[in-house]
Design a protein around this ligand. Structure first.
Ligand SMILES: C[S@@+](CC[C@H](N)C(=O)[O-])C[C@H]1O[C@@H](n2cnc3c(N)ncnc32)[C@H](O)[C@@H]1O
Length: 242
């Protein structure tokens, strides 16, 4: 079982560094005009998509590669009484025309995909003055081959960039990058990143594969928290006003 399938079966909300707290931090820093088109790319179980639909008078589209995540997002949106359009698809080949979105939000997604492809796709679907908010894990110090192997085994991630690695990938894709926040993951207070009983698969917690992954994830985080950091990046197409 893959890590994201476990998150889908448990209906984990805000499965990114800092959880809903950190989402609230960046939401306070961006302005979203009425009627704006917003994409939550890799929406997971839909907590941020619903929060944005509640907070702003915008059109929210939530995209994910997993149908279970989209189903959970629809359930959450119904429960919260907000309108969120769900679209299946991959970050690496977005099923949207050019220049559709004013804001693209990625919370702990780009580290899992082929970054240059996904960034080129995001640049393509953004309006000329559009913005991207990206919340990602990053490494804070050089890592060992064993560390890399652990990240690959548990999360299916080939490479976790450090701050300068993220910056150079954004720059190579034509984005200017402002770091809204960064630091060690251990200093973040996690919030609202709990299992959502209403969307969770009721049998998930009796599945040995799910339990094994929860345990492996917990052990890995405890052993490696000093190496792990996070960054909240605000991107815009270079040469457009920030
Ligand atoms: C760590 S979860 C974060 C989910 C959500 N953004 C959140 O903060 O709760 C990563 C999400 O990215 C999705 N994902 C992984 N690869 C993807 C891809 N190539 N295209 C779109 N979504 C993808 C997974 O299905 C999962 O929902």
């Amino acid at each position: 079982m893959k890590y994201h399938d476990m998150l889908a079966r448990l209906g984990v909300a805000n499965a990114h560094p800092g959880g809903g707290n950190l989402s609230a931090v960046w939401m306070n820093r961006v302005s979203v005009p009425d009627g704006a088109e917003v994409l939550d790319l890799g929406c997971g179980n839909g907590a941020t998509a619903c929060a944005m639909a509640k907070r702003w008078s915008c059109q929210v589209t939530a995209l994910d590669i997993r149908s279970k995540m989209l189903e959970n997002t629809r359930r959450r949106a119904r429960r919260e009484g907000v309108a969120v359009r769900t679209v299946p698809g991959s970050a690496e080949a977005l099923p949207f025309p050019d220049h559709q979105f004013d804001l693209v939000v990625c919370e702990s997604v780009l580290v899992f995909v082929r970054l240059p492809r996904a960034l080129a796709e995001i640049a393509r679907v953004l309006k000329p003055n559009g913005r991207v908010v990206d919340v990602e894990m990053m490494t804070l110090r050089p890592v060992t081959p064993e560390w890399r192997e652990g990240v690959r085994r548990i999360y299916g991630v080939e490479h976790v960039p450090d701050l300068s690695g993220w910056r150079s990938s954004f720059q190579a894709a034509g984005f200017a990058c402002k770091v809204l926040r960064s630091g060690p993951i251990q200093r973040l207070e996690m919030s609202d990143n709990q299992r959502d009983d209403e969307v969770a698969d009721q049998h998930a917690l009796s599945d040995p594969q799910v339990l094994q992954l929860i345990e492996a994830n917990g052990r890995w985080l405890e052993a490696n928290h000093q190496t792990m950091g996070y960054g909240v990046f605000l991107l815009n197409v270079a040469n457009s006003p920030t």
